[in-house]
Design a binder for this molecule. Structure first.
Ligand code: NAP
Length: 310
């Protein structure tokens, strides 16, 4: 490793948090590199419309917003490369980031690797994924034109995706394990006013049934009544929360019980020079607006850390 091969800041993940960290780092003229395994935008790319990001009174398409954020970061000269991070060594003063196809070196690392959808863990789910079981309405909803589908979950993602599905499906059943939804009130109201959506509350899915063509129905059980029932649907969209993409982190980096990276207010993780931002971080509110705030804070404090080491 030559001194020129060492980045000031290496950002893992190209969602809103990573791109904003990159924007701040590039604007500060730090030598930064952002590594992304797929396309820029992260989980944003699995949504259709963003209604709660300030500055867009009519809302903005999720894809459009991710394009704007990445264009802004690139305008300041942020270097990027595609690649999958598979390991991280937190040695001093230079950290080593292992990619599938080689190693990269940096004084600081910002973990902005985001999160992935949880699985339900019921019979049929794995076998029927891609044949009726989906974790992304924006990607798959057009396949279900005029058909009946189910959404599993009661959070913001489940209800927003149910609303999106009504553009294509004949009817959308929202199956939720409790008697009330977790989603934000305004989103709930929009869903209750939509005639194409019905709520199946206090109910869990016990099996997703299918044939050669794909999903044919769900086996359900009432959580209070214990009663078993069946629902005929040709699609099952599962939105039961997220898990952080932290499989590549070493044990020195402290995570909470659910696996999210623990940081202080400066976005500093438990190891000096390591920062985390966005959905991968242990925090209360996971929104685009909090992700970009995390990204800016992480890049600012990574810069400070580098200065303190000179
Ligand atoms: P979430 O808020 O954690 O909601 C997950 C939902 O799945 C909950 O209703 C939960 O039920 C249910 N659930 C979890 N495990 C289950 C299981 N095994 N079986 C059946 N149901 C299960 O996750 P999310 O909706 O993906 O949202 C993640 C974060 O992103 C949240 O902070 C959310 O606010 C944010 N987000 C915001 C927006 C927006 O502001 N527009 C859009 C999307 C996401 P319980 O309610 O009973 O726990």
């Amino acid at each position: 490793m030559k001194p020129n091969d060492v980045y000031d800041i290496l950002i893992i993940g190209g969602g809103p948090a990573g791109l904003t960290a990159g924007l701040y780092a590039a604007r500060s003229r730090l030598k930064a590199l952002l590594v992304e395994r797929m396309g820029f935008g992260g989980q944003l790319l699995t949504y259709e419309q963003v209604d709660n990001y300030p500055g867009f009174p009519e809302g903005i398409s999720a894809f459009g917003l991710s394009e704007l954020i990445s264009a802004q970061a690139l305008r300041f000269g942020l270097a990027t490369r595609s690649g999958e991070v598979v390991g991280l060594e937190v040695t001093e003063p230079v950290k080593t980031v292992h990619l599938v196809d080689g190693d990269l070196y940096a004084r600081t690392v910002i973990i902005a690797a985001g999160a992935s959808p949880n699985k339900l863990g019921v019979k049929g789910e794995v076998e029927l994924t891609g044949r009726g079981v989906s974790y992304c309405a924006v990607c798959d909803a057009p396949f279900y034109r005029d058909q009946d589908v189910a959404v599993v979950g009661g959070g913001d993602t489940a209800i927003e995706e149910a609303l999106y599905l009504t553009k294509f499906a004949q009817h959308v059943y929202v199956i939720h394990r409790r008697d009330r939804l977790r989603a934000t009130q305004v989103i709930q109201e929009r869903a209750s006013q939509n005639e194409k959506i019905s709520f199946v509350l206090e109910t869990v899915v016990t099996e997703i049934r299918g044939d050669d063509q794909g999903v044919v129905g769900l086996d359900l059980r009432g959580t209070r009544s214990g009663e078993a029932s069946q629902l005929a649907v040709s699609g099952a969209f599962v939105f039961v929360g997220i898990q952080p993409n932290t499989g590549f982190l070493p044990p020195e980096i402290l995570c909470n019980k659910a696996g999210f990276v623990v940081t202080d207010q400066e976005m500093a993780a438990s190891v000096p020079g390591i920062f985390a931002a966005g959905d991968v971080r242990a925090k209360e509110l996971r929104q685009i607006v909090t992700a970009v705030g995390d990204g800016a804070t992480a890049a600012f404090n990574a810069g400070r850390y580098i200065e303190s080491q000179l």
